[in-house]
Design a protein around this ligand. Structure first.
Ligand code: SF4
Length: 184
């Protein structure tokens, strides 16, 4: 009979050299492991997808299990911007300012059809996807996406965070990509 202890997954250590009393690995892998398990999300919720996020944070789905318990409503202390809901064009500059106030490294999760593409609101007033104003790392489909899908999106972000090179943010390609959004 399996016990609770049998079902607990412990985080895997990175690849490295191991012997009695020592373990050596690459700095990038250790930093990636620490970052992956201590993401501080900033919820930017404007409409119904935000309600799904509330369920995701509740006791049943419990996003805190993924090291994301501490939500930040200050961009300066957050590293994952979660955009959830319809973004009107008027709201665009506000969203961009929030993104710019976050320090590197920062990641963006676009939750739901509206944030990702404007959704059903193909109108003059709605932004047809937040990637028109800020770069997006992972898109979560659905209208609305269920909490499981939001958790899946966070796990995809975690996989990205874990494998990201420490030098990526200093690369010419990354800076050129930000420049296409008018961000220095
Ligand atoms: S994707 Fe659907 S559920 Fe989410 S904000 Fe848009 S209309 Fe609401």
């Amino acid at each position: 009979m399996s016990t609770v202890a049998d079902n607990i997954n412990v985080g895997q250590k990175p690849e490295g050299l191991e012997g009695t009393g020592f373990f050596a690995t690459r700095l990038e892998q250790v930093v990636g492991l620490a970052r992956k398990n201590s993401i501080w999300p900033l919820p930017f919720a404007t409409s119904c997808c935000g309600i799904e996020f509330m369920a995701t944070m509740g006791a049943h789905y419990d996003l805190a299990r993924f090291g994301s318990e501490r939500l930040s409503f200050s961009p300066r202390q957050a590293d994952l911007l979660m955009v959830m809901g319809t973004i009107a064009k008027k709201m665009g500059p506000v969203l961009k300012q929030v993104y710019e106030q976050m320090a590197e490294p920062r990641w963006v999760l676009s939750v739901g059809a509206c944030a990702s593409s404007g959704g059903i609101f193909d109108t003059y007033s709605v932004l047809q996807g937040i990637d028109r104003i800020i770069p997006v790392d992972v898109y979560v489909p659905g209208c609305p996406p269920r909490p499981e899908q939001i958790i899946d999106g966070v796990m995809k972000i975690q996989a990205l965070v874990e494998s990201e090179s420490l030098r990526r943010r200093d690369s010419k390609e990354y800076k050129a990509m930000l420049n296409t959004y008018g961000i220095e």
